[in-house]
Structure formats: structure tokens, C-alpha cells
Design a protein around this ligand. Structure first.
Ligand code: B12
Ligand code: SF4
Ligand code: SF4
Length: 385
């Protein structure tokens, strides 16, 4: 199909708010062998939808059977460096999730408008807009479409806009002129992101073991408790994590988002508010946002861990009240936090909880935390001597 249609589509995409747009041919992903060995190694953890659709990842025809071209787009989110957070605030939300709308929905609306324009030019053409959720290795197709390179932190990076952007794809049966793949890397000898990860999630450059990533636990693992050894690494992150992007030199000049729905909201709750928020308030407040899918209980669980990591003894009374939370997942994390922040004086609260508690998960943590409190009081006593 003509070069001019390709150029016209790219122009429209930019007008629709996409910072980057490029065309990849509809072929098997070049990095498929990397993906295969990643799945084989078990790095997808409990994200069963990944190995479960392994065959489908082999070619984009499994998403759109007649596909000939993959239009890859990128839209910047957040970097609003001057948004001040309250110093005493406990708990951070990753930048991608601070806006008022879920990126899947926002990106899809723009991609569908782009599809509409293609249909006007080529009336019988077929298109499918995808963002995140289909078996498409989006970073691979973005690299093939010339949008950027794979950073050692596995993010797709672009020299002009860094990595704070979402990817979206529009598959079509229209034959468009493909771009040159971005075959060079610009990480050089830098390893800052690998060294900065607080949970040692990078097995080696370019390979992330999701089962050690904060983002995986705080967003994807909704119905399980977070493993003990990962919890301290969460530090202040209660939803997602930006550390391996925040430290990347290519993000120093990352531009602010031009999409107002991705701008950071200034009144986002902190960890204390998340922990004490009712499921009804959570639903009403976060409908249509990226936080909705993860849900109130997982957010309150994450919040309790972050409070435990904060070292703030002023939160102990609030944690004691949260021992009555309806969700065992939350109660378990609260008991863990109390084990870190409490002292012998609150032992009675935990012991009475132990006699009422029915959930094995919480019972086990109560026992651990009670013995931890003994140690806490011993430390305090020995200091006093
Ligand atoms: C599963 C998933 C996750 C998992 C696993 C992440 C991972 N690195 O695999 C978890 C939950 C941990 C996660 C976290 C995040 N995610 Co995510 N995630 C996805 C998802 C749905 C699939 C990714 C996937 O297939 N992983 C499998 C591995 C094998 O692929 P990969 O990491 O992309 O690796 C590729 C290359 O590194 C290369 N490769 C592999 N090994 C080697 C070795 C060498 C030598 C080389 C050169 C290349 C190479 O081949 C691989 C396959 O293409 C994509 C959307 C999609 N459909 O693609 C979003 C996506 C990757 N996530 C995204 C985002 C924004 C995030 C977070 C920043 C969110 C946050 N702030 O918390 C973090 C970033 C963590 C990180 N450093 O990657 C964006 C990334 C945009 C960008 N600029 O790159 C995507 C594209 C969603 C979107 N539509 O915008 N995510
Ligand atoms: S998102 Fe955070 S936890 Fe995950 S790899 Fe990057 S720095 Fe590590
Ligand atoms: S921090 Fe360094 S190694 Fe990591 S992605 Fe950025 S440039 Fe590459």
C-alpha cells in the first residue's frame, strides 16, 4: 500500500496525542526465543495468562488472522517532577497509575479513532486495537517499528522521551511501509537500574524475574500474601514501582504527559487512608482507574506493609484497629507490621486476637509477630539498662 497512506496514518496518530508511532511488519516476534526461555524459567510466576497463551505469542495473526502490519504507538504518562508530595506522607503509587483514568481505556479510544480513519481510506480493511492484554510482545513490535531499544531494565527506551510511556498497537490487514527496527542500544556500560532494584529482580541485564518485582506483588498478586523476604524491599511502594526508571539517565528529560487523564492527581490517598478505606469508598473513588482492578483488599494489604516499613510508631494504634479488618489478607499484613513497630505493651492485643482468629494465615503471622514483640521489648529493656 502507498507510502502516503503510511505517512497519513502517522500524522493522524501524532494529532491524536501519541508521541511516537511506527510500523512493524506482521511477523513472528524477533525476541520470541527470549520470551520462551523467560517463561520456561518460571519468571512469569502466577501470571498464568502468559504461559497459557504461549502458542498465540508466536505470531500476531493469532490476534488478527488477516494481519499484515502492526502500527505501534507510544503515549507519555506523568513525569511531572514539580508535583510536591507531603513530606509526612507514607506510601507511593507508581507514576503510570496516578492519573484519573486507566490507560487501557484512554489508549484504546485513540487507537479506535485511528482505526476509523483507516477504514475511511480503505473501506473494507480490518483492524484491531490492543493495549497490554493480548498475547503480543508489545516491546518487541515497538522495537521493530523503530520506537526504541530494550533497556537493561527491560523497559523500551527512546532517546527523546525516555521510558515513561505506554505502548499500544493497531493491527491491520492494510500493507503499510515498515520502519527500520531500532537495532542499536544506548545503555553502554551503565548498570544503574540493575543495582538500584531493591528486591534484586534482575537475573541479568535484560531479564527480569517477575516473581521478585514489587510491581508484580503489589499489582498482580491480589489474593495472596506477599512473601516475607520481599516485604522490606517494597519500602514505600504500595502500588507498582518506578525505581528502575527513576534512576535511568534517559529519563532525566522525560517530558510531562500531554494527556490530562494521565496527570498525577494531587489528592491520592496515602497508606493510612488506603488501610482504613471501606471497600465501598474504594470502589466509588477508583472506578475506571488503574487501581480498580487490583482492588481494595490488595491495596490495603500493600499499605499495611508499607506502614510496617515506615518505622512510624505513631501508626501503632491505627494498626491495632485494623486487626478487625474483614480481609484475612489485610489482617495478616497488619499483624506483620505490628510485629515490626510494636513493643511488649501491645502483646495483649495480639494475644487476644490469636484466641479469636480462625484463618491459618493470620494465626501463623500472629505467632511470629508475638515472638518478635518479645524481642522488640528485650531490645528496649537492654537499652534502658
Ligand atoms: C507481564 C508484564 C509485566 C510483569 C513482567 C515485566 C517484564 N519485564 O516481563 C510485571 C508485573 C513485573 C510488570 C511490571 C511493569 N510494567 Co509491565 N507489562 C507486562 C506485559 C503485560 C507483558 C510483558 C512480557 O511479555 N514479559 C515477558 C518478557 C520476556 O518480556 P520483556 O520483559 O518485555 O522482555 C523483552 C526484551 O527484554 C527482550 N529480551 C529478553 N531477554 C533479552 C536478552 C537480551 C540480551 C536482549 C537484547 C533482549 C532480551 O525480549 C523480551 C520479549 O520481547 C506488557 C504488555 C505486553 N503485552 O507486552 C506490560 C508492559 C511491558 N509493562 C509496562 C509497564 C509501564 C510496567 C511498569 C513500569 C509498571 C510499574 N510502574 O510498576 C513495570 C516495569 C517493570 C520492568 N522493569 O519491566 C509497559 C512498558 C512500556 C515501556 N516503555 O516499556 C507495557 C508494555 C504495558 C503497556 N502497554 O504500556 N509488567
Ligand atoms: S519495578 Fe522496581 S522492583 Fe521491579 S524491577 Fe524495577 S526496580 Fe525492581
Ligand atoms: S539505567 Fe542505564 S542500564 Fe538501565 S536502562 Fe537506563 S541507561 Fe540502560
Amino acid at each position: 500500500m502507498s507510502e502516503s497512506l503510511t505517512e497519513q496514518i502517522k500524522k493522524s496518530a501524532r494529532e491524536l496525542g501519541f508521541e511516537l508511532v511506527g510500523i512493524a511488519p506482521a511477523i513472528s516476534p524477533v525476541s520470541l526465543p527470549h520470551f520462551e526461555s523467560w517463561v520456561e524459567a518460571g519468571y512469569a510466576g502466577d501470571m498464568k495468562y502468559i504461559p497459557g497463551r504461549r502458542e498465540a505469542y508466536q505470531h500476531p495473526r493469532h490476534i488478527l488472522p488477516v494481519v499484515r502490519s502492526v502500527i505501534m504507538t507510544a503515549m507519555c504518562y506523568d513525569p511531572q517532577r514539580n508535583v510536591k508530595q507531603n513530606e509526612s506522607r507514607i506510601g507511593q503509587i507508581a507514576r503510570y497509575a496516578r492519573g484519573e483514568k486507566d490507560y487501557h481505556d484512554v489508549m484504546k479510544v485513540s487507537l479506535k479513532t485511528l482505526a476509523q480513519q483507516i477504514h475511511e481510506e480503505v473501506p473494507d480493511s480490518k483492524t484491531r486495537a490492543v493495549v497490554d492484554t493480548t498475547p503480543l510482545l508489545e516491546r518487541d513490535f515497538a522495537q521493530q517499528a523503530g520506537l526504541g531499544w530494550f533497556g537493561k531494565n527491560t523497559m523500551l527506551l527512546n532517546k527523546s522521551i525516555g521510558s515513561y510511556f505506554f505502548l499500544g498497537a493497531l493491527l491491520t490487514d492494510v500493507e503499510l511501509t515498515p520502519d527500520e527496527p531500532h537495532n542499536t542500544s544506548h545503555c553502554g556500560t551503565c548498570t544503574i537500574c540493575l543495582d538500584a532494584c531493591p528486591t534484586d529482580a534482575f537475573v541479568q541485564p535484560y531479564i527480569l524475574n517477575a516473581t521478585r518485582c514489587i510491581s508484580y506483588y503489589t499489582i498482580e498478586m491480589r489474593d495472596q500474601s506477599i512473601p516475607e523476604e520481599i516485604r522490606p524491599g517494597l519500602k514505600d511502594w504500595m502500588f507498582g514501582c518506578d525505581i528502575c526508571q527513576e534512576v535511568c539517565p534517559w529519563n532525566r528529560k522525560a517530558p510531562p504527559t500531554r494527556e490530562e487523564k494521565f496527570e498525577s492527581q494531587t489528592d491520592l490517598p496515602d497508606a493510612i487512608e488506603f488501610l482504613t478505606m471501606s471497600p465501598e469508598t474504594f470502589k466509588a473513588k477508583f472506578r475506571g482507574t488503574p487501581l480498580e482492578r487490583t482492588g481494595r483488599n490488595a491495596l490495603a494489604r500493600n499499605a499495611a506493609i508499607v506502614i510496617g516499613n515506615s518505622g512510624s510508631r505513631a501508626t501503632v494504634q491505627l494498626l491495632i484497629e485494623a486487626l478487625q479488618d474483614e480481609s484475612p489478607l489485610v489482617r495478616e499484613a497488619v499483624v506483620w507490621a505490628l510485629g515490626k513497630l510494636g513493643n511488649a505493651k501491645i502483646k495483649a492485643d495480639l494475644q487476644s486476637q490469636l484466641s479469636d482468629e480462625k484463618e491459618e494465615l493470620v494465626v501463623n503471622q500472629l505467632k511470629t509477630s508475638i515472638s518478635q514483640l518479645d524481642r522488640n521489648s528485650y531490645e528496649i529493656d537492654s537499652e534502658a539498662v
